[in-house]
Design a protein around this ligand. Structure first.
Ligand code: SF4
Length: 480
């Protein structure tokens, strides 16, 4: 098989995290559409998935079994242009936007990665984190080119002598933790979800052709219709004139779709498990208003992720909604580094209060508080602008424990609520009052049963065994 990997020269972009230091992860996309410009469709799909990861982006295509991949650090619009997109031709494509959860933010860890095995070459994009990556990596006889856990999956498939379906199925059986995967090999597209279904994957149709995407908003953008979600433990394979849907793994008794998707991660226009995210967030705000009412003059969201819950809070209480915090949407994603000092600066660069907050009693609604540093600065900013009272309302329960399944939340030591009471957190952020949505309230707003969701970072009740130590950079080489 012929393989081309294009590395853009002279590009060494500085990318980082959101200024809030909030958790992000990855977006994946896959398509089999002979006769269409599949690279361009993947590019558009990745645009819709940009919010899931801003560190790197990439697309791999397969043309009659020949793989070509282009990936780099940066946003989708920084990595791709008309010229390099027109060089990506084929009938199959996969795409990836990345925020690192295992392995550093380096070119070698950008995806889709390519792994050349002794049986086949595999292009692969991964959303999630494996909890047995150390063990799997130790089993491999050849050195990997990257320090992410994802190449381990590609290596297992690339060195398995069975036909593609059998090789992928055998690999799925060895994985523990979270793995929503799209891949190309042997001139075919494959995609699967782990048996718990931590990360979403939607299957749609562009005409009769299959399209896979982390979120339905990517299907909408390219004009594909939603068909269904891939089931936990299911393998989907397309290409070579056939399609296969194979239930490789028995779905886990306890489903574990990430509840963070509902209150923060997924785009509001995405539909997840049959629920439109925007509507769920509005319900969270309504419930929060019933659980923790307060007398105030204005309800302000922390934009953008707090906006639907603020709408709900305003509707339920009749307190007028105000866009009192103006967000500069053109800073923050690309140049802000995750160090605390720069993060502090990032908050000031990103938000500015309107004059109308002066003298008012404010309800400020956010979707979550992890470290608390962003909230503290926003509260201070509002008081500095003359606010009389700042009541913080959070549309999720306190985040108290790390995620081992692909969300780079923070360590427990960095989580403001991990070892503090609500009153202690209130004091630390300097708010007039603070209240969180209850776990029951959040659960009800998702309209999904408790048995269908992972809520471990809120409850410390993990749906799988988790490693005692899983540092993000554990596969990096020792400094010389
Ligand atoms: S631990 Fe939290 S962030 Fe991680 S998958 Fe579970 S609910 Fe989502």
């Amino acid at each position: 098989m012929s393989v081309t990997e294009v590395r853009q020269l002279g590009v060494n972009r500085s990318t980082g995290t959101w200024p809030s230091g909030r958790a992000l992860m990855c977006g994946v996309f896959g398509i089999h559409a002979p006769g269409h410009d599949v690279a361009r469709l993947a590019y558009f799909g990745l645009h819709a998935l940009q919010h899931r990861g801003q560190e790197s982006a990439g697309i791999a295509v397969s043309e009659a079994g020949r793989l070509t991949a282009l990936r780099d650090l940066g946003l989708v619009t920084q990595v791709f242009d008309e010229k390099n997109l027109s060089g990506l031709r084929g009938e199959l494509a996969i795409g990836h936007t990345r925020y690192s959860t295992t392995g550093s933010n380096a070119w070698a860890n950008a995806q889709p990665l390519l792994h050349h095995g002794h049986v086949r070459t595999v292009a692969l994009g991964h959303n999630g984190n494996l909890t047995n990556a150390d063990e799997l990596r130790a089993r491999l006889t050849r050195r990997l080119g990257s320090t992410s856990d994802s190449e381990t999956v590609a290596a297992l498939i690339a060195n398995d002598e069975r036909p593609l379906e059998g090789a992928v199925a055998a690999t799925m059986e060895q994985l523990e933790g979270a793995a929503t995967i799209v891949g190309l090999a042997d001139g075919r597209l494959f995609a699967f979800r782990d048996r718990h279904g931590f990360r979403p994957l939607a299957l749609g149709r562009l005409g009769d052709d299959p399209v896979l995407a982390s979120e339905t908003c990517a299907l909408d953008l390219i004009g594909a219709t939603f068909e269904r979600e891939l089931r936990p433990g299911e393998l989907f394979v397309a290409g070579d004139g056939r399609e296969e849907e194979i239930q490789v793994l028995e779905p886990a008794e306890r489903g574990a779709l990430c509840i963070f998707e509902f209150f923060y991660l997924a785009r509001p226009d995405t539909r997840l498990a049959g629920v439109e995210i925007h509507g769920a967030r509005v319900r969270m705000g309504e419930r929060l208003a019933h659980e923790a009412p307060v007398e105030a003059d204005l309800v302000l969201p922390i934009p953008d992720s707090g906006t639907p819950a603020a709408i709900g809070f305003s509707r339920a209480t009749g307190i007028p909604f105000s866009e009192g915090l103006i967000k500069n949407r053109y800073v923050g994603r690309t140049f802000i580094q995750p160090e605390q000092t720069m993060r502090d600066l990032g908050v000031r660069m990103k938000f500015n209060p309107l004059a109308e907050v002066a003298g008012k009693r404010l309800v400020v609604v956010d979707d979550s508080i992890v470290r608390g540093s962003t909230t503290r600065q926003i509260v201070q900013m509002l008081f500095d602008s003359g606010a009389a009272e700042v009541h913080v309302r959070v549309s999720s329960p306190p985040v108290v424990s790390p995620c081992f399944y692909g969300i780079d939340l923070a360590s427990e030591d960095e989580m403001i609520a991990a070892h503090a009471t609500v009153e202690e957190v209130r004091e630390a952020i300097g708010a007039t009052s603070l209240a969180y949505l209850s776990l029951e309230g959040l659960q009800a707003a998702t309209r999904r049963p408790e048995s269908a969701l992972c809520r471990a970072c809120l409850t410390r009740d993990y749906p799988t065994p988790v490693p005692s130590y899983a540092a993000k950079l554990r596969f990096e080489p020792e400094p010389a």
